[in-house]
Design a protein around this ligand. Structure first.
Ligand SMILES: [Zn+2]
Length: 69
């Protein structure tokens, strides 16, 4: 496990620690907030990417199909 410095007491703690064992700071790196933000960003990227791919590849395909019918 990678060790990093606690921003509050500067002691080495695990990066995954949800509470600093030295000073008791809860959630010293806001890991839960960060992962939530990251998940939201990934979702937005996935949705935007999906819409873009549909617009570039899906729509012409649908138009082609409509013309063939
Ligand atoms: Zn600490």
């Amino acid at each position: 496990m990678p060790l990093v410095q606690c921003p509050i007491c500067d002691k080495s703690i695990s990066k995954r620690a949800h509470t600093c064992p030295n000073c008791g700071e809860p959630d010293p790196f806001n890991s839960r907030v960060k992962s939530k933000v990251l998940t939201t960003i990934l979702w937005i990227a996935a949705i935007v990417g999906g819409v873009y791919l549909f617009w570039v590849y899906g729509l012409p395909m649908l138009i082609d199909l409509a013309h063939k019918l």
